[in-house]
Design a protein around this ligand. Structure first.
Ligand code: NAD
Length: 317
């Protein structure tokens, strides 16, 4: 990993996403200030970050002594001002409500130095609305991670209407320098890229299950043992490029009509009723056993790290 382009950062809001961001920044060697108005939540997040780093070290995902090194750069802050004083980057990860985000951004804009970039983890909101009317709207930007960002590197970056081009460039460079994979979106759309793509697939999965076309296990197996194996390596267009000897152009021209016919046949309303949700839950629980969620999450995180290490050893041509 290269040196971080910004050395002092603040994590504002230390819930599920904020605590994982602590690991991203501390692992990269940034002085990482952490603030949450809920003192107990703050204490829990710092404890989680310590345990998570120790577990990573025990599993060999980070080097010997790296967990202690992370601990040395993390600072607990009891006020927003203390967290932001001298910080070059702020990662806001507070509640997902527009009015709350607007309030937090107004407070951060007043507390932060003039050069500080104010980034939001929001999954849904447009920075043009969050930062509307702020004196520092030019330094506000969306940096939407995938949960958990210390394991999954993609971060969707969306400038608002007022965001400065130099802030966008500095954001992409900083996220890259702390080991993430920033992806720029050119204009705001609800759900950004990741959740729109995810929602498109889940809509069809729910339709197939709900109409009895296939079991939950069959649908999960097609993704887990089929599409997903390729998608961990290549996106939909990269996959198309490997599905015909002449590449994506040949593939999509040859199968264009087949895709158009299928798109016309796909469900627009998959009838996402309680009956369907209960059925999905019961069949998924039967697949993995009762109370398997925590073990599944831990396994998923270990395997994602191993897949990423394999990809680092044999990178995308
Ligand atoms: N959980 C996910 O899968 C996920 C994925 C990507 C992005 N996000 C986004 O990350 C953000 C945080 O989500 P989360 O899942 O961590 O939520 P969470 O409820 O786990 O954490 C939110 C934290 O914000 C704190 N908070 C409340 N008021 C605050 C304030 N005024 N200032 C600062 N902190 C405050 C809460 O005490 C809490 O610790 C949201 O915008 C969410 O959309 C979540």
């Amino acid at each position: 990993m290269t040196q971080p382009t910004i050395r002092t950062v603040a994590v504002v809001g230390a819930g599920v996403i904020g605590r994982s961001w602590i690991r991203v920044f501390a692992r990269a060697g940034c002085e990482t200030r952490v603030f949450d108005p809920d003192r107990e939540q703050l204490a829990r997040a710092l404890e989680w970050a310590r345990e998570s780093a120790e577990e990573d070290e025990a599993l060999g995902f980070i080097g010997s002594g790296a967990a202690a090194a992370e601990g040395r750069v993390i600072r607990r802050c009891d006020t927003l001002n203390q967290a932001l004083s001298g910080a070059g980057w702020v990662q806001e990860s507070g509640p997902e409500t527009l009015a709350v985000k607007q309030r937090i951004f107004a407070e951060m804009d007043a507390a932060a130095g003039p050069e500080t970039i104010l980034a939001s983890s929001t999954s849904a909101h447009d920075m043009s609305r969050i930062a509307d009317g702020l004196a520092g709207s030019h330094r506000c930007i969306v940096a939407h991670p995938v949960n958990p960002p210390h394991v999954i590197p993609v971060v969707e970056v969306l400038p608002g209407e007022g965001t400065g081009p130099e802030v966008l460039a500095a954001t992409l460079a900083f996220l890259e320098s702390v080991g993430q994979s920033p992806v720029q979106m050119n204009r705001y759309l609800p759900g950004f890229l990741l959740n729109r793509l995810q929602a498109a697939l889940i809509r069809e999965a729910v339709f197939l299950y709900g109409t009895g076309a296939a079991s939950a296990e069959a649908i999960d197996t097609v993704v887990r043992e089929g599409l997903g194996l390729r998608w961990a390596l290549l996106g939909p267009f990269g996959t198309g490029h490997t599905n015909a000897d002449g590449g994506a152009g040949e593939y999509y021209r040859r199968y264009g009509d087949a895709y158009r016919d299928l798109w016309a046949d796909l469900a627009s309303d998959p009838a996402f009723s309680d009956r369907v949700i209960d059925g999905i839950h019961a069949e998924t629980e039967a697949m993995h056993g009762p109370d398997a969620t925590a073990a599944l999450c831990a396994w998923r995180d270990r395997m994602v790290r191993r897949i990423r290490a394999l990809k680092d050893d044999d990178p995308l041509p």
